[in-house]
Design a protein around this ligand. Sequence first.
Ligand SMILES: *Cc1c(COP(=O)(O)O)cnc(C)c1O
Length: 341
Amino acid sequence: MILTDLRSDTVTRPTPEMLQAMFAAPVGDDVFGEDPTVNALEEKTASMFGLEAGLFCPSGTMTNQIAIKAHTEPLSEVICDYTAHIYQYEGGGIAANSGASVYLLHGERGKITPELIRGGIRPNNIHYPLSKLVALENTSNKGGGSYYTLPEITAITETCRQHNLALHLDGARVFNALVAANESALPYGACFDSISVCLSKGLGTPVGSVLLGSKPFIQKARRIRKVFGGGMRQAGYLAAAGIYALDNHINRLADDHAKARILAETLQSCSFVQEMQPVDTNIVIFRLVDAVTEEQFLRELATQNILALDFGPQTIRLVTHLDFTEAMLEHTVKVLKNLNF
Ligand SMILES: *Cc1c(COP(=O)(O)O)cnc(C)c1O
């Protein structure tokens, strides 16, 4: 029986067509700025989002951490939701890499508002850190794939500009947000000072994220990437997968969202489910009833060759993706309906 892996949208393998594009890529030494495929990926991604320049990096953690370091200084502060990946899942990197502190907001399903941000801005007084940067996450991972619409983002941009705060987007799943909201990436450039886009999540490449911003910002980011050890040489083989994905794997994200909705509908009527989070994109999060532990649930699924993720006490996360086929969906729905504890 084939394995159905719903732990994350990072588990995908490159398609044969993507591999072909990778093998065919012209390459050079990117630390010298001489890899034509990396340059093409950086330019392509930047122009999609209406920004001047891009920087190809090994991971989304690196693009986020570079952006935070470029926007802040030691003794300054980053404002974000308490569920944010940059705070929860990047190993405390903000403190270690940037010497900055974090002001945590309690938004709704990972989403924050201008009001919440205004409440997080420190008074101009030597007792406090200097508020410097606001970071949004779209879609929100811990928020269960919730997303911002452009008008919501524009209101936040205005607040940040009024208070002289930079605005960064952790766009690990930004294309899921854009497809779900039926919006274009182009206006994002006018809203954010920097954007991190992951290629290795829903877009299905093996490696890489792109950081976007103005030319001077990316120049600064390029220096920081070198210090972080992220300067890669013939990275065009990896960048080619990104170009292929941007051309071919964005619109199909709607399939992942439809499959996630079917999983949610199935779970809704399962006796082992206590509570479902709303499902807006490709992430399904639910709470198990007290009588069933995460370990028990995951073990039962695994006997049917299905993998899911323990996402905290009594909480399970499923993520749909490129390699989650119709046949796997049918199998998963059948297994969930027949699970008994
Ligand atoms: C996956 C993810 C990242 C980056 O993760 P890497 O594994 O370092 O590429 C950043 N933000 C969010 C919200 C993510 O889900």
